[in-house]
Design a protein around this ligand. Structure first.
Ligand code: NAD
Length: 396
């Protein structure tokens, strides 16, 4: 017989809203799948699109009641905050220029924010958002989703334990080819706003994917950037924002690095790759083969550590759902970030500290990413001068 009194009830699912992510959108669908994978969230409201008709149509597709399909994010924030059963968290999956006003509207009402990157379109907005988050009771989670891949968590842990020795060299790259032609002129929506400074912000490719590579290098190495020197281009004629960037990196403590991000690198799909070399060992990881981590100790043969294998650490195992050999990837990594955010939201509900190991990128990581973009653009415009990030130390 099962004694129900000794069973611990699982926390009630988090009532989630979404801004953006309507019909034909890309990342909104990924956030919805990620939020459901571990059953922590229930999507109950949304301002899914810039037009009320499309927002409603998207709500119908998703099984969200028409009453909670809003024509604007401001209306949604106000009306959801007034409901007894209003949303507890909102996912922001709009083009970049809207992240800031949408985040402010919900943070001001104590609603947790899960926002996609880059955090804001301008450095001024990023700095202001840091203040808004510190003035709010709500949490702010930035979806640099690659930080939650099992082998990335393991790589970070190995560096924290000192297994690589002193970090000397960091090579981070994120190469794609989908903007190798002037796709924006065809009306393709995702290309349209990403190449428009009004909606993308000051960075093109460097903001869109360079920020992921920058964030990942800092997350895994634990190092803070001291300065950078950049050379960015728009290879496709008539394009206003960069589609290729080469950046030299100097980290505090002496490590040196190179970051390359490109959306015109023919033959590359989502080639995010990180290589870190220390005085005792090196690691190499690739997003397109994410279940494996190469680890080489000086003078010893290369070792292949696998996600579910005997060499997997606790940090990796904690972000793994299925046995070794069954691939996990993008959706599971995203879901792990949502799961970590859920643990933090449950803890906030009960006014307790989140469990250890609950880790997610914060508003400070977002500020560092936007300051990185600003420094890259500024350095390149000035002919490749060395620039520091325009933020207080401890944020980069
Ligand atoms: N973490 C990742 O791996 C990843 C991947 C892709 C995109 N992104 C980020 O996600 C965001 C969205 O990118 P995308 O590729 O999904 O773009 P998208 O163009 O496919 O989708 C944007 C959505 O926002 C909606 N929208 C626009 N204005 C709105 C408004 N005023 N109110 C409500 N909704 C509005 C659009 O109708 C659309 O549904 C961007 O910030 C991008 O950088 C992150």
């Amino acid at each position: 017989m099962v004694d129900g009194t000794t069973q611990q009830a699982r926390p009630a699912r988090i009532r989630l809203g979404m801004v953006g992510g309507g019909r034909d959108a890309f990342i909104g669908g990924v956030h919805r799948m990620a939020s459901r994978l571990d059953d922590h969230y229930e999507l109950v409201a949304g301002a899914f699109s810039s037009t009320p008709e499309k927002s409603l149509a998207s709500a119908v597709d998703l099984g969200v009641s028409a009453e909670r399909a809003y024509a604007s994010f401001s209306d949604m924030a106000e009306r959801e905050a007034a409901r007894e059963d209003g949303i507890e968290a909102v996912s922001i999956v709009t083009p970049n220029h809207l992240h800031y006003p949408v985040a402010c509207a919900f943070l001001e009402r104590g609603i947790h924010v899960i926002c996609d990157k880059p955090m804001t379109a301008s450095l001024a907005d990023a700095k202001s958002l840091v203040e808004k988050v510190s003035a709010s009771k709500a949490l702010f989670v930035l979806t640099h989703n690659y930080t939650a891949y099992p082998m990335i968590r393991q790589a970070r842990e190995m560096i924290t334990q000192g297994l690589l020795g002193d970090i000397r060299v960091i090579q981070a790259e994120y190469a794609q080819d989908w903007l190798a032609t002037k796709l924006e002129d065809s009306g393709q929506k995702q290309a349209g706003w990403r190449t428009d400074p009004e909606r993308s912000g000051m960075g093109g490719c460097i903001g869109d994917i360079g920020t992921h590579a920058f964030n990942l290098a800092g997350f895994v190495s634990g190092l803070e950037l001291e300065s950078l020197c950049a050379d960015i281009q728009s290879f496709v004629p008539g394009r206003k924002l960069d589609d290729n960037a080469n950046v030299l990196l100097r980290y505090r403590g002496g490590a040196r690095g190179v970051l390359w991000s490109s959306q015109v690198a023919t033959g590359n799909e989502n080639a995010l790759r990180l290589r870190i070399y220390g005085s005792q060992a090196g690691i190499e990881w690739s997003q397109e083969d994410p279940n494996y981590l190469w680890f080489t100790e000086l003078g010893k043969p290369r070792q292949l550590i696998t996600r579910g294998g005997s060499g997997a650490s606790e940090a990796a195992a904690g972000h793994t759902r299925i046995p070794a050999g069954h691939p996990e990837g993008y959706l599971e990594g995203f879901a792990s970030l949502y799961a970590d955010a859920a643990e933090a939201i449950y803890a906030a509900r009960d006014a307790r500290t989140p469990p250890s190991g609950c880790l997610y990128p914060t508003v400070h990581d977002g500020l560092a990413g936007v300051a990185f973009v600003a420094a890259v653009v500024g350095s390149s415009q000035e002919g490749g001068v060395w620039k520091s990030l325009d933020i207080p130390s401890g944020n980069g």
